[in-house]
Design a protein around this ligand. Structure first.
Ligand SMILES: C[S@@+](CC[C@H](N)C(=O)[O-])C[C@H]1O[C@@H](n2cnc3c(N)ncnc32)[C@H](O)[C@@H]1O
Length: 298
């Protein structure tokens, strides 16, 4: 199921020839002209910045997609976290558990693959097909009613999901309870370069969805977490050329002809790299909150 492309191909593992400028220049992996024969999916998906992803079957990735390329975003987040074999990791909003499978396979961590929209039994099948049932534990749960012991996890991880439930000022205080003190909490979310407030950029309005209001800037996320005094921020940045990578993925998905619940191709083309991208935030839970609350345990 997950074929080792690294073994079959001389895939570059260096990280320095990543991408061109998001405004002009050659795209990361240029798509072929309309009338050319379909390019090899593996070639289209090979991004030097994400060398670990090259070891996964592109057909499997596309068949289980729920949005932007989850493996690229998972590898991006993992690059800013210290993940070691045997650690207990909460993968919150894991969707079809591709991120959980990646983390278990690449780092030997134990992953509680937790999601609301996707049944745990379906994710168990994927985990078993990947041969990782000793490391992957699918859980069906809502983000505000997590069935875990406080301080159980060594790390919490979330890709393309935290913005659905984590923009509430009080949510981090709930979520952070489930990791031990000094444990890492990391997220990657779709975001905006600068806060746009209530003014949707005119060029994006025809393609805008109201729920994109949960897309925020890196500065916003940093302040959102830092002001709680519950965590210490270790990393708050954007994925370089995130818009370009996102568009590359959407265009490739479109050309693949595989079923897609929705498309953001027009939105991303209209953006031309000015507004949209991905924000990454990694923090460590403080042993003691800076500002204790008599109402909320932490
Ligand atoms: C766009 S999908 C991304 C899934 C996966 N992380 C990926 O990148 O393929 C967002 C995920 O967030 C999860 N989610 C959204 N709101 C949630 C909530 N309140 N509690 C738990 N999960 C939630 C959904 O179940 C969904 O799988």
């Amino acid at each position: 199921m997950i074929r080792s492309y690294l073994a079959m191909r001389n895939v570059r593992r260096d990280d320095d020839a990543v991408v061109s400028s998001s405004r002009g220049g050659t795209p990361i992996n240029s798509l072929p002209p309309e009338d050319s024969p379909p390019a090899d999916l593996a070639e289209l998906l090979a991004v030097p910045r994400f060398p670990r992803c090259a070891g996964y079957d592109p057909e499997w990735v596309i068949a289980n997609q729920m949005g932007p390329n989850v493996l690229w975003l998972t590898e991006f987040l993992s690059q800013a976290m210290d993940l070691r074999p045997g650690m207990r990791v909460l993968d919150m909003g894991c969707g079809k558990a591709l991120s959980s499978i990646f983390l278990a396979r690449e780092f030997g961590v134990q992953v509680w693959a937790t999601d609301l929209w996707i049944p745990a039994a379906e994710n168990l099948e994927r985990v078993q097909e990947a041969g990782l049932e000793d490391l992957g534990f699918p859980v069906h749960a809502e983000a505000h009613a997590l069935p875990f012991a406080e301080r159980f996890f060594d790390a919490a991880f979330s890709v393309d999901a935290y913005h659905y439930f984590g923009t509430d000022d009080l949510y981090l205080g709930y979520f952070a309870r489930f990791v031990r003190p000094d444990a890492q909490i990391g997220i990657v979310v779709p975001g905006v370069r600068q806060e746009i407030g209530d003014v949707i950029p005119p060029g994006l309005r025809p393609f805008w969805n109201w729920d994109f209001g949960s897309f925020h800037s890196t500065a916003w996320w940093r302040a959102h977490w830092e002001k709680t005094g519950l965590v210490a921020i270790a990393t708050a940045d954007i994925l370089p050329n995130g818009w370009e990578i996102w568009l590359q993925w959407e265009e490739m998905w479109e050309k693949s002809g595989r079923p897609r619940p929705h498309s953001n191709v027009e939105l991303l083309r209209a953006d031309t790299g000015h507004v949209l991208g991905f924000t990454r935030v990694v923090a460590r839970r403080r042993a003691e909150p800076l500002y204790p609350s008599p109402l909320y345990s932490s």
